[in-house]
Design a protein around this ligand. Structure first.
Ligand code: UDP
Length: 372
């Protein structure tokens, strides 16, 4: 009989869903016939009440990233997390246990910080022996909420993340540094940019920039686009607005007015294709997007980040010299021009080859197999 793996995530942003999907794709890639796999949006499925809070992530990070930062730091405290767990327990624990009893998983993987303590408890109360693996999707700056010392294995992306996990009480022998899980389709992708552009009716020879703001379409994309127009940009833009429908509608309306070609997408499952067509990415410092861009050998310009949660990602991009950072739209466009006119661009690409871990999801899949 096939073994069953459940993936616990929540649709806050796009990163957690992408990470779960990436590991599932890697498991299928290596050994499809042996496993059934299912993604569980834990709050949506087990607690309508807590799901209301999860749904707030999108509007909060778009309209008040500072508020997100305050909440992030306020909660980065063992006592407060304990209290939060105590408050949320009545709304979710019984349902979580019921889910485990009904679905009878052989293993659970979590890619979300807010469910790990509760999952450990629910497994214990179910009386079943279900190995529990946590894949941490914050590659550098780690929130305490991720850490549930009773989990069987924690997978992190960098040695810094490991150090923090140990500091927050995770037994060192349970931690493995493997990398951010990204879908194998990103590194299996054919990287011939010119023919990829031709296929999607973009000018094959023009310098192509991809602009993204994570799953929610956050950041000052519109201001940056206007700056490109002011500076008479001679390339072309691909813009992914994610779930930000307002921005999608506005940019689609404006697209024909610019002197450069611009293609606008709402939430798409073609990010790997669009990255393959691009030379450089301008983005919020989302860990998923950064890891994918590194796998596709795209230098990165970071224009926005969530206080606390994504600051480590910004430091990483600077320290490893795989991109540049500026919140100022005018400077962002200058940075593009500077990079294009010097050897720096090739230097960034060489650094990317060194630090990217495109096949991390396969490593995590192998880790899963070792518990089954
Ligand atoms: N993404 C996607 N389609 C879109 C926009 C984003 O599949 O239209 C994916 C993107 O490829 C990445 C994830 O959503 O895997 C965004 O994750 P990230 O960690 O960068 O930011 P978050 O959205 O979690 O804040």
């Amino acid at each position: 009989m096939k073994k069953k793996i459940l993936y616990f995530f929540s649709d806050t942003g796009g990163g957690h869903r992408s990470a779960a999907a990436a590991i599932m794709a890697a498991v299928s890639h290596l050994s499809k016939e042996k496993y059934t796999q299912e993604m569980i949006d834990v709050f949506a499925e087990c607690s309508g009440f807590l799901n209301v809070f999860a749904r707030l992530y999108g509007p909060v990070i778009k309209y008040s990233p500072r508020l997100w930062g305050q909440l992030y730091y306020w909660l980065d405290d063992e006592k407060k997390l304990e209290q939060l767990e105590r408050i949320s327990r009545p709304f979710i624990l019984a349902e979580l246990k019921k889910l485990i009893d009904l679905r009878r998983p052989d293993l659970i993987v979590s890619v979300h910080p807010m469910v790990n303590h509760l999952t450990v408890k629910a497994i214990r109360e179910s009386g079943r022996r279900v190995p529990f693996i946590v894949a941490i999707t914050d590659p550098v700056t780690l929130h305490r909420a991720w850490i549930a010392p009773e989990a069987d294995r924690v997978v992190v992306a960098t040695p810094e993340a490991k150090q923090l996990a140990v500091k927050y009480g995770m037994p060192e022998k349970k931690i493995k540094v493997i990398g951010m899980p990204i879908d194998p389709k990103f590194f299996l992708k054919d990287k011939d940019k010119q023919s990829a552009r031709k296929r999607s009716r973009l000018a094959p020879g023009r310098f192509t920039i991809l602009m993204m703001g994570g799953g929610e379409g956050a950041g000052k994309m519109n201001d940056i686009i206007k700056e490109f127009e002011k500076k008479k940009f001679d390339g072309q833009l691909i813009v992914i607005t994610g779930r930000n429908r307002q921005l999608e509608a506005r940019l689609k309306k404006q697209a024909g007015q610019y002197s450069f070609p611009m293609r606008v997408f709402g939430f798409t499952n073609q990010v790997h294709e669009l990255m393959a067509e691009s030379d450089l990415i301008i983005t919020k410092a989302g860990p998923g997007t950064i890891a994918e861009a590194l796998a596709m050998n795209l230098p990165i310009i970071i224009t926005a980040w969530l206080p606390g949660q994504e600051e480590g990602n910004v430091e990483f991009v600077v320290r490893e010299n795989v991109g540049r950072v500026s919140r100022d739209p005018e400077r962002v466009v200058e940075l593009v021009q500077e990079l294009r006119s010097t050897d720096e661009f090739e230097e960034l690409k060489n650094n990317i080859k060194r630090v990217g871990r495109p096949d991390a999801a396969l490593g995590i899949a192998r880790e899963i197999f070792s518990f089954l």
